[in-house]
Design a protein around this ligand. Structure first.
Ligand SMILES: [Ca+2]
Ligand SMILES: [Ca+2]
Ligand SMILES: [Ca+2]
Length: 848
């Protein structure tokens, strides 16, 4: 204890000296930087550096955004048409964005096509803050008078247990939405995306809008907290403060000024002043594995530092003895890594410490939580995912855990053929035909069985289902986990968590997935793109899945909400979308072929049927002439890769020569085109191939190995970090899994370090914070996530979130106090299944 206190003082001294030496003199005044956003120390103002991408509409990552003291507090600054916009409300199209260093301004032209309404948003530094002005060249359209406003949205969680002053009058931010709202005639509602409605009239001819919590001209948010204080002054019009959660649980606090009407030129103007703490420096994030380390594996702490901060000379690994006393196991130099995105990084390597025990990392005055070094650290890390997360995702089942019911048996009214020419809000679509033997609206028999909720929503997604089944089969074949902690009774549609039933849970999950996919092939001869809600007002369901639809078969001869107990007149049965896509269907065949192997001896009838369906569908698909779109362009690439996956599974299942030949025909060109995507498939086929196959494959693995060295230089974590609109933990898992397969087959080329490194990243060695991305796994983990219980600000044990989203141009984010950003926090089935594989693989690779 004494020793550690002395160390701490030494570090503090070093930290202060280094910071003084490296700090850049900065005033509190915002200035345009070379990344095209406004910057002052402790404050960034983004102006449409990220755009509404139109795929999932308002993703809360566009418009004017404020990052105050390293935390994004505000988004969506733009002209909006409703008081508290929902995800599917109209969003402005960014027509033009001009960044002008000469005038220190960013000017954005925004357009609402549906209303022929253009406006211009100008942002410029002003005193200790910035000014936002809205201009119009034509008056606000009549139908948007009193509706169009300048909005800026604030993350509610950042203001809980905080207060505000409006024109000097005090208020407390509501911890839970408590109105006020107003009911308005449905015809007054601003048309939502594609005419969809998030609001269920439920037989009542009105909808709701939020009303202001308060109104004034000067609003000071969190005046008591220098880290969060923001002052907004309306230079014209009034400021309203609204609570979007009255409409939707994922709503934000909105500050709003209605645009002046019947006039042109300046129609709204604010001065916004987020407080900055002089010489503020972000507290370093010590990235490490919250799960701990195997004695033999590399142990790298990656320390993320403010751009004005420099690494301390050393960090210490301190062992905690049973009596609570401490001993420094190692003092490691912190090697400066350089800059990645907006931060500086240093790496402390503790790999030489191998003694089992409990440790903490001490860096300056900071200390991590405790973590183990032990030979069995990966042995149990996948249990919550298999025991809890997957059972909770099981559709068509009643899922119980102890005294708690997660949900009743859901979607017993599955399912009907989707309409033609339908553009669906969850990115599904149909063309001019249904691509099935069924007419629009016709019931497709046998689908109320098996399957998992794809993600935080409740649809059954064909592609992710196939991947999930194939991952489970890979887990079973590679590791044969006999773990049995779940009772699954398909007859009773009953699942009981933490209750063994004598059957391995992995096989029961494979069976559950296969039941749904087999039902689809049985009815339609192919895989659906998905089975999904027919209406937006049920799609955004939060709560018990069994109340998402009425579980009664739709009968058009009955009136809405009328029921005879079996049928109802409410058209809420889910829709089946089938695309004319060989790629989707091939993946389904792969899943069936894989499931047939694992289910042999467990459910022989289903195993046999799965293989029969897969072989027939494969023959049918091969006999079908490709359309022009399928024969060219990206679809062709997807289809080839999907067919390769299907044929690989058919080869492993049947060893039949025609499949082997076709596999070879597809594999080698694919390996040349996209080696990183194809190698895993190639290596997995090895058990069914001859020795010549392995030697032919070897040069591809050598080239892959060489690309890894380049990748290690891209960021300090040494894993591929994705930069798209959905964060990349799935890719990291896939990369580490490929490395495991390559290590097994070519151990002289690929080591185990690139297997465990993927898990280190997942478990806390990543940007933004150091929580484990697997809920309830590791000492500290994601305790808020975008599971279907997100409205409760909770998590589902074992779920893996997407992770760190890189907001353009340089802000890595994973909100840990607000669960509603799916790109950062939504668990999905294929990632979770592949995580179970990787955890088993890592434990096997490093040995017990
Ligand atoms: Ca979905
Ligand atoms: Ca079981
Ligand atoms: Ca129904």
């Amino acid at each position: 204890m004494i020793r550690s206190a002395r160390l701490t003082r030494a570090f503090v001294f070093a930290a202060v000296t280094l910071r003084a030496a490296t700090a850049i003199a900065q005033t509190g005044t915002l200035a345009l930087n070379d990344k095209q956003y406004f910057e002052a120390r402790g404050l960034n103002v983004f102006v449409f550096t990220n755009q509404y991408n139109g795929m999932f509409f308002d993703e809360k990552t566009a418009g004017i955004e404020i990052i105050q003291h390293g935390v994004r507090i505000a988004t969506g600054g733009a002209v909006r048409l409703t008081p508290t916009p929902e995800q599917w409300d109209q969003i402005p199209k960014l027509v033009d964005r001009k960044v002008d260093p000469a005038t220190n301004t960013i000017t954005c032209t925004m357009r609402y096509e549906a209303f022929d309404f253009d406006s211009r948003l100008v942002v410029t530094p002003d005193g200790a803050g910035f000014k936002v002005t809205v201009f119009v060249d034509k008056p606000v359209p009549a139908e948007l008078e009193g509706r169009a406003g300048l909005n800026l949205e604030f993350v509610p969680a950042r203001y809980w247990e905080h207060t505000y002053l409006i024109d000097g009058k005090p208020g407390i931010f509501p911890r839970y939405p408590a109105g006020p709202t107003t009911s308005l005639p449905a015809d007054k509602k601003i048309r939502q995306f594609e005419g969809f409605s998030t609001f269920d009239l439920h037989g009542h001819p009105d909808y709701i809008e939020t009303q202001p919590l308060t109104t004034g001209t000067t609003l000071v948010m969190a005046p008591e907290d220098p880290e969060r204080r923001v002052a907004i002054h309306a230079l014209s019009g009034d400021l309203q403060l609204l609570d979007g959660r009255n409409l939707a649980q994922n709503g934000w606090y909105v500050v709003r000024t209605l645009l002046a009407t019947k006039t042109t030129g300046k129609v709204a103007e604010w001065h916004v002043e987020p407080h900055t703490i002089p010489n503020w420096t972000r507290t370093p994030v010590i990235g490490f594995s919250e799960v701990g380390y195997h004695p033999s594996q590399p142990k790298r702490a990656v320390i993320e530092l403010d751009a004005n901060d420099a690494a301390l000379a050393t960090a210490s690994l301190i062992r905690i003895r049973p009596d609570g006393t401490e001993v420094e196991a190692m003092k490691a130099p912190v090697q400066p890594w350089g800059k990645y995105l907006r931060y500086n990084y240093g790496v402390a390597d503790f790999s030489s410490v191998k003694e089992p025990g409990l440790y903490v990392i001490q860096y300056g005055t900071q200390r991590t939580g405790a973590f183990p070094i032990a030979s069995d650290v990966y042995e149990k890390v996948w249990y919550p995912t298999l025991d809890v997360w997957f059972p909770v995702q099981m559709d068509h089942m009643f899922v119980n855990e102890g005294y708690r019911v997660w949900h009743g048996a859901a979607h017993l009214d599955d399912a009907v053929q989707a309409p033609v020419n339908e553009q669906h809000f969850d990115a599904y679509r149909t063309g001019a035909t249904t691509n099935t033997p069924f007419k629009p609206g016709e019931r497709i028999p046998g689908l109320a069985v098996g399957g998992w909720f794809d993600a935080g929503d409740f649809d059954i997604q064909g592609v992710s289902h196939s991947g999930t089944i194939m991952s489970f089969v890979a887990i079973w074949e590679a590791f044969h986990p006999q773990r049995d902690q779940t009772l699954v009774d398909q007859q009773l549609r009953f699942v009981d968590i933490h209750r063994p039933d004598g059957k391995p849970d992995v096989l029961q999950q494979i069976e559950h997935g296969a039941l749904q996919i087999a039902a689809q092939f049985r009815a339609m001869g192919r895989l659906s793109r998905g089975v999904v809600d027919s209406h937006l007002d049920t799609y955004h369901h939060l709560g018990d899945a069994s109340t998402q639809t009425d579980n009664k078969i739709y009968d058009p001869s009955m009136k809405p909400y009328q029921t005879d107990g079996i049928h109802s007149g409410t058209p809420d049965d889910r829709w089946v979308f089938v695309e004319d896509s060989p790629a989707t269907s091939y993946l389904g065949m792969g899943a069936l072929a894989a499931a047939s192997r694992a289910l042999r001896g467990f459910n022989d009838a289903l195993a046999t049927e799965c293989l029969t369906l897969a072989k027939k569908a494969y023959a049918d698909e091969r006999a079908r002439a490709a359309t022009a779109a399928q024969a060219n362009g990206p679809e062709q690439g997807f289809a080839r890769f999907a067919e390769l996956t299907a044929v690989m599974q058919l080869v492993l299942t049947t060893k039949e020569q025609p499949y082997v030949d076709r596999f070879n025909e597809l594999l080698w060109p694919a390996l040349d085109r996209a080696p990183a995507f194809t190698l895993q498939t190639a290596v997995r086929a090895m058990p069914a191939m001859d020795a010549a196959y392995a030697s032919k494959l070897r040069p591809y693995v050598e080239r892959y190995r060489a690309t890894l060295d380049g990748m290690f230089k891209q960021n300090p974590y040494g894993v591929p970090i994705a930069t798209g609109g959905w964060a990349g933990n799935g890719q990291v898992i896939g990369w580490a899994t490929t490395n495991y397969y390559l290590h097994k087959a070519f151990p002289d080329l690929v080591g185990t370090d690139v297997v465990t490194r993927g898990l280190d990243y997942l478990f806390g060695t990543h940007p933004a914070h150091n929580y484990s991305f697997v809920s309830a796994v590791g000492n500290r983990s994601k305790h808020l996530a975008y599971g279907n219980n997100r409205a409760d600000f909770s998590f589902i044990a074992g779920g893996v979130v997407p992770g760190v989203l890189i907001l353009k141009p340089d802000f890595p984010e994973n909100m840990d106090d607000w669960p509603f950003l799916w790109g950062e926090n939504e668990y999905v089935i294929d990632t979770c299944a592949s995580y179970i594989f990787l955890a088993n693989a890592a434990q096997e690779a490093v040995g017990k």
